[in-house]
Ligand binder design. Structure first.
Ligand code: ZN
Length: 306
């Protein structure tokens, strides 16, 4: 049986994404500042354990553990030589997680920011960033990722390079995802580089992305995510994905904690579905319990509206 593509599937019904990876890796013993992506090779069973819990909780789509999997990011940990292997393993582990949970699902290859600034503001040439994203996107697509998300982006320049890389790698579904911050006066939100959702959506559509998205950010709760979805939908006909954080980070015993419970966060699910979100997941601080609550709310809502 040939499975529907991710883009076909979201024409039928909204899909559930996954929750946080970084904060889950810390819970599994990764120390702050260490290379979580290397665990795809060094501790695949731990990454698999986290992703299987998301699959068990009901995720239809799971992001690979490759947020910092570009050569530039891996090089900071002395792992640049493992770039292709880290990304290939990332795709394989998600496939194994779905298989172990006995459900079918979509693998979304994750490309996070390269973590620096490009010339003339920083030390990296545009070509270096192009090469790094191209290498990562190719490894993810060659390993069979169903989609690529270029996420937590704040500048259109870097996002555009990521979209180009995914397209050139032959990726069938390219998701561009911005990280917005609510402004100090609370009236609106934009990225650190001053990009608002309308501008981002128009840029992504023009550049060839298939899904416009938002994730992470500052004070971007479920209500704000809903507002972002509406603003995207007002300017583009492309499908929309949202992955808000589980509240705001707080320092507890020198550790970063997120404290929005599944019960609190799940209240935002139906409004997001009503706003037309096509893929709903969650970002920093969210857990398999959050995703399980989302699954239940989505299923109830969809059952009542079909
Ligand atoms: Zn986040």
């Amino acid at each position: 049986m040939s499975k529907k593509s991710l883009l076909e599937a979201i024409q039928d019904r909204p899909l559930l994404g996954d929750g946080a990876m970084g904060t889950q890796l810390m819970l599994a013993g990764l120390e702050q500042g260490n290379c979580g992506e290397e665990w795809n090779l060094a501790h695949p069973e731990k990454v698999l354990g986290i992703q299987k819990r998301y699959a068990d909780a009901g995720s239809d789509c799971i992001l690979t553990n490759t947020f910092g999997g570009s050569r530039i990011m891996l090089n900071r940990h002395g792992n640049a030589d493992n770039t292709a292997a880290v990304n290939r393993a990332g795709v394989e582990i998600v496939r194994r997680a779905f298989a172990a949970a006995g459900r079918d699902g979509y693998v979304i290859g994750d490309i996070g920011p390269f973590g620096g600034l490009m010339e003339p503001y920083g030390d990296f040439s545009e070509q270096q960033v192009r090469d790094a994203f191209a290498e990562q996107a190719k490894a993810l697509v060659d390993a069979g990722a169903d989609a690529i998300i270029i996420e937590t982006q704040t500048s259109l320049e870097e996002l555009g390079i990521g979209i180009d890389a995914a397209r050139e790698a032959g990726c069938p579904c390219i998701i561009g995802s911005m990280a917005y911050d609510v402004t100090v006066d609370g009236s609106t939100f934009r990225t650190m580089m001053g990009i608002d959702p309308e501008r981002a959506a128009e840029f992504m559509e023009e550049r060839g992305a298939h899904v416009v998205a938002l994730n992470c950010g500052t004070r971007m709760d479920m209500d704000r995510a809903c507002e972002a979805v509406r603003r995207y939908k007002a300017v583009t006909g492309l499908p929309v994905m949202a992955q808000p954080n589980a509240g705001q980070p707080k320092l507890v015993d020198m550790k970063v904690c997120y404290d929005e419970t599944p019960e609190e966060m799940v209240k935002g699910v139906v409004p997001l579905l009503d706003a037309g979100v096509n893929i709903l997941g969650a970002c920093c601080g969210s857990t398999p319990d959050h995703i399980r609550a989302f699954r239940k709310a989505m299923d109830q809502h969809l059952a009542a509206h079909v």
